[in-house]
Design a protein around this ligand. Structure first.
Ligand code: 5AD
Ligand code: SF4
Length: 453
């Protein structure tokens, strides 16, 4: 989601005649888009901001204009100015759509010699002399302005993300997202369909719909003829000529109804891949986390999905070391992880976030135990993904060619419908087309093979 927000920000600059550079030393403006989900992400962003400010060395140099946006900006607000008085702006998670205007305004003023208050001679600013612009207000219309994409130059782009909503109104006890991103706001269905059509006309073949609880999209509209607004949206996108593949992330088990399960069988473009966060396999912990389902309900959804599409790839998120998680709770997570047979997973060590409900509880599971549980699940995952990958060897898979591979001459990277990464020889004109690849070998992370023409 942050990648998508960053693209939206970059597109705002391009719209205003600016260029994007890979080299931060060349930048007149640098924006750091941040995450608050775990402490480590925040620390990393603060380090990065410090480095960008340092690029103005010798201090007193005016550029680059350095700003921060996204969840950490929202979460810390003025406190970031205390920490980094040299920063130029702090624009919260609900201000990302106006970041370019904020940044360019500061840039222009500074070019014209207007710095208010002036930078102290040869010195750094202090919180008192800071000139930072801070906007972390609650903007309830921000979700209507998140539809800008980078123009496609040169080779076509195979895949695009579309944010279909902002915010979240679940109240998972550990999670900072509802605090920083606000309550759920869904975009109008027609706007999303129009955006997808535009992308299809530019050559995009695969659309991934994004939302914190993506399958709760349009929940305020209820069901029409027994069908949720989210499934109606999937159907509308399935009807767009040129779009070959549809994905979405991340759904919530509580909103995974039968209309959504049967979409996997009914909608030919909906890829057989789902990222469904489990968080814990212990009902006791799920309850403490305020996740409104039991492990058995979760596994039932998995079973239905596997019945609808036997080769479906199912990935998940798990948190280990939630306060008071016992060995027994953890073994239940491990058992559910095996039963669901996830072939991909993100495993997180619990990180208390200030302002969340669970941060009031002692972070009682020692770091070594969290690490141990993390390693155990990672080993289970490696075994499960390898087993899943091995099944592809000898088969021919439809691959959407995305880009040159990071290494290797004439090697390209693409994905199966099940979201497995595949590496094969191809040419630049294959980008954004579907090819058949005979899979010859597999590792935990990728499949390798040859195009069958
Ligand atoms: N600590 C650890 N992991 C967390 N996540 C969210 N909040 C926390 C936290 N406080 C994980 C969840 C979520 C993913 C995006 O990040 O597993 O699904
Ligand atoms: Fe956070 Fe829960 Fe919302 Fe996901 S569903 S963003 S974990 S509060």
């Amino acid at each position: 989601m942050n990648d998508r927000d960053s693209e939206n920000i970059a597109a705002q600059f391009i719209e205003r005649g600016w260029e994007i550079t890979d080299d931060e030393n060349q930048a007149d403006v640098a924006v750091v888009n941040t995450c608050s989900v775990r402490e480590q992400a925040e620390q990393k962003a603060i380090g990065k901001l410090g480095h960008l400010i340092w690029l103005r060395k010798p201090f007193g140099k005016d550029f680059p204009v350095v700003g921060v946006t996204g969840c950490m900006a929202q979460n810390k607000g003025e406190n970031l100015v205390k920490l980094l008085p040299d920063i130029d702006f702090v624009a919260g998670a609900r201000q990302t759509y106006k970041v370019a205007d904020i940044a360019i305004d500061i840039y222009n003023k500074r070019k014209n010699g207007i710095t208010h208050p002036p930078i102290p001679k040869g010195g750094k600013r202090t919180p008192k002399t800071s000139a930072a612009f801070v906007d972390v207000s609650d903007d309830t219309r921000s979700h209507l302005y998140i539809n800008k994409h980078l123009p496609i130059l040169g080779t076509k782009r195979a895949c695009a993300f579309i944010s279909i909503m902002q915010g979240c109104q679940m109240n998972c006890s550990y999670c900072i997202v509802p605090k920083v991103r606000g309550a759920q706001r869904s975009r109008p269905t027609q706007d999303i369909v129009d955006e997808a059509k535009k992308l299809a006309a530019e050559g995009v073949r695969e659309i991934t719909l994004l939302g914190q609880v993506v399958n709760a999209f349009g929940r305020e509209l209820g069901k029409t003829d027994g069908i949720t607004e989210f499934v109606r949206l999937l159907r509308a996108i399935n009807d767009i000529d040129g779009i070959e593949r549809i994905r979405f992330t991340s759904p919530h088990p509580a909103y995974f109804g039968d209309d959504l399960v049967s979409s996997y069988a009914d909608l030919p473009k909906l890829c057989e891949y789902v990222h469904l966060p489990l968080q814990s396999g212990s009902d006791e912990i799920l309850k403490k986390m305020r996740r409104p389902y039991k492990t058995a309900n979760f596994l039932k959804i998995v079973e239905k999905l596997r019945n609808a599409k036997p080769n479906i790839s199912i990935s998940t998120d798990v948190i280990v070391g939630y306060p008071d998680e016992t060995d027994d709770d953890f073994s239940q997570t491990r058992a559910a992880f095996k039963t669901a047979d996830f072939d991909m997973a993100f495993i997180f060590k619990y990180s208390p976030r200030m302002g969340t409900e669970s941060a009031k509880l002692p972070d009682s599971v020692p770091e070594e135990v969290k690490e141990q549980r993390n390693q155990i699940l990672l080993a289970d995952l490696a075994e499960q993904s390898m087993r899943y990958h091995d099944k592809f060897v000898g088969t021919t898979q439809e691959i959407l060619v995305e880009a040159p591979a990071k290494r290797g001459e004439n090697l390209f990277m693409g994905r199966t419908r099940t979201h497995r990464k595949a590496i094969f020889k191809a040419t630049p004109k294959d980008i954004a087309t579907l090819v058949n690849v005979k899979i010859e070998s597999a590792t935990v992370t990728a499949l390798e093979g040859k195009i069958v023409r």
